[in-house]
Design a protein around this ligand. Structure first.
Ligand code: M6R
Length: 608
């Protein structure tokens, strides 16, 4: 996730673009850059680090001009260093891009064979080369961008500026957001509304498959096939703060709703449907190593540990490799048996959690192969690992992890499927069926999110509870743990997650009519056994909230039922966690707690 902006107007644009990028910084903040046409040629400034570093550079080396583009980056391809910062320039073309170009490897090879020299490790730079080549063939900038888009596969919102034309910027969008603002003698486009609000409230949201040319006088929008688009601007009434949260009351709620997109971005370019396989060059685990490794050890803390439990389960059941999941904070202190033949998977949103970093270092020193599953490019855990499988969830601002959790589930699922294929435990046919279902999961998440109002009503009904239980079996037991963690950390309601079968060994003593018991009852291999556990709860008057695929399942058992779409058993947690996150959010919101920054907690825990 990155933020892009483009400005065509009458004022000096560098400060305007910089301020717009500041409004987009929530989308990424590891490097930034800006290109301005000074009337003669393109001038570019780029800097690694926070936006303030670019601001300092511009103060020392100002840019003058009234047309420009800018970018704030959340690295996906290539480290967050200056040469990977956008804009990327080729010949007379500068490009900023948000998204992932899936077929960038093959395009880059082709362009290199044609003699093109690349100066970054990004997927974006190929766009600059392709547009440059097309303009050299005599196409206008608009047509050159159109011709380029025909070659791209993946997600993009791009803004393109040409050195030979200071009057326009060309934009295009597919699966990444882009909005065009229309002011008085000024047009400004950006990834999100907050970047425009100081200039205009009249905006046009571009749709997938559209490209636009903006000049001072207006916008010309067409579909890729040349069909003109005449969409009048709409007026937005959000305050600046509302706009930064996409109109949501809290970042956590926004991030919950971003999950289908985060999942799509994490799967993009890695799921190879035609080959019933996964692209795994990032893993640092060669096919030979995948075949011969003896054990997989997952290390993580908090929510990431719950994702690790999911990884452990799938690596065993799908790839048939012995696997364990360990709390990183405990791992080092028991002189663990770990070393050669072990693949140690360090799971972390931030990539900076001190316990996870220290545990992974310990395992590395003892000879294990380390794979980082992290969200932040170039973070400490990614740097110390032999390979990194990045989740592409974009920056997560709310302290409670939501979209990074589901992106981790997806990444670990892909790892399990990859190992299963290499080890022969998973046939191509079964892998094909699973991958086809996996790419459908974001839509099922969207359906689950559409039920938010119903979940809010349930939250209102249970918001005064002092305690709550979350129960699940099999893969759903990790979801139960995560549901309980979400509730306690943001609403301060005491909550416990349990494997359903454990209830009769103690926790059942807690159940009475005041106890909400959230039961995960998807149609999977554990359903019958889970239903017996729910009967035990009902017999003690427990207030059952059932998460089901089929409503009949919970008849006569549940006070409240939440229906979510069915998916393959292996992917069920990706869908069932959604109502649990919403439930926690609404309980906390109705109780009036500080949802995004709950008391006593920090987003990144860099102390042991
Ligand atoms: O950055 P990490 O994933 O390594 O962080 C681990 C935990 O601190 C984190 O998941 C924490 O439990 C979250 N606040 C849970 O929502």
């Amino acid at each position: 996730m990155c933020g892009i902006i483009g400005y065509v107007g009458h004022e000096e644009c560098a400060p305007i673009i910089l301020e717009g990028l500041r409004r987009l910084e929530y989308r990424g903040y590891d490097s930034a850059g800006i290109a301005v046409h000074d009337g003669q040629a393109l001038r570019v400034r780029r800097a690694a680090g926070k936006l303030s570093v670019l601001g300092d550079l511009l103060a020392r080396e100002p840019l003058r001009g009234t047309v420009g583009i800018g970018h704030t980056r959340w690295a996906t391809h290539g480290k967050p260093v200056e040469h990977n910062a956008h804009p990327h320039v080729s010949g007379g073309i500068a490009v900023v891009h948000n998204g992932i170009i899936e077929n960038h490897v093959e395009l880059k090879r082709r362009l290199q064979a044609e003699g093109r020299v690349f100066s970054s490790d990004t997927d974006t730079e190929i766009v600059a080369h392709l547009v440059d080549l097309a303009t050299q063939r005599g196409l206008s900038l608009f047509e050159a961008v159109r011709a380029t888009l025909a070659e791209l596969r993946g997600a993009y919102a791009i803004a393109v500026l040409a050195g030979n034309d200071a009057s326009k910027i060309v934009l295009a969008k597919n699966a990444s957001p882009l909005v065009v603002g229309k002011g008085d003698g000024v047009m400004i486009a950006a990834s999100d509304v907050p970047a425009l609000l100081q200039h205009t409230r009249d905006v046009i949201f571009l749709e997938d498959g559209e490209l636009a040319e903006i000049t001072r006088d207006g916008a010309r929008i067409e579909r890729l096939d040349g069909t003109p688009v005449n969409r009048p601007p709409q007026r937005v009434h959000w305050s600046m703060m509302q706009a930064e949260r996409g109109g949501y009351k809290h970042f956590m709620l926004k991030e919950i709703h971003e999950q289908p997109r985060a999942l799509e971005d994490t799967l993009r370019g890695r799921v190879l449907l035609e080959e019933s396989d996964l692209e795994a060059s990032e893993l640092g685990v060669t096919p030979e190593a995948a075949r011969t490794l003896k054990r997989v050890v997952f290390l993580a803390c908090g929510t990431s540990y719950h994702a690790a439990l999911h990884g452990r389960y799938l690596v065993e059941s799908v790839a048939r490799v012995p696997a364990v999941a360990e709390l990183a904070s405990e791992f080092r202190y028991r002189d663990p048996v770990v070393g050669e033949g072990d693949l140690v998977v360090a799971v972390s949103q931030s990539g900076e959690t001190a316990d996870t970093l220290a545990a992974a270092k310990e395992a590395k020193e003892r000879g294990a192969q380390i794979l980082a599953v992290v969200n932040v490019q170039g973070s400490a855990i990614a740097r110390m690992a032999h390979g990194a499988l990045y989740t592409h969830a974009g920056p997560e601002i709310g302290v409670a992890s939501t979209k990074c959790f589901t992106a981790q589930l997806a990444a670990l699922t892909m790892l399990a499927l990859y190992l299963g294929r290499r080890r022969g435990a998973l046939t191509a046919e079964r892998a094909g069926a699973l991958l086809t279902e996996l790419v459908a999961v974001p839509h099922k998440m969207r359906d689950a999110l559409a039920d938010a109002k119903h979940v809010e009503d349930i939250a209102r009904a249970i918001m005064h509870a002092r305690d709550a239980l979350f129960l699940g079996r099999g893969l759903s037991s990790a979801v139960a743990l995560e549901g309980a963690l979400k509730l306690k950390e943001i609403s301060y309601v005491h909550a416990e997650g349990y494997a359903g079968g454990e209830m009769k060994h103690g926790p059942l003593a807690l159940v009475d009519r005041n106890m909400p018991v959230v039961c995960l009852l998807p149609d999977d291999s554990t359903l019958e056994k889970m239903l017996s556990n729910v009967q035990e709860v009902r017999a003690r008057d427990g207030n059952v909230i059932a998460v089901v695929n089929t409503e009949e399942v919970a008849q006569n058992l549940a006070t409240h039922t939440i229906k979510v779409p069915r998916t393959a058993e292996e992917f069920t947690p990706l869908v069932t966690i959604v109502p649990l996150q919403l439930l926690s959010y609404y309980v906390a919101d109705h109780r009036g707690t500080d949802v995004d920054q709950p008391r006593n907690l920090a987003k990144t825990v860099t102390v042991e």
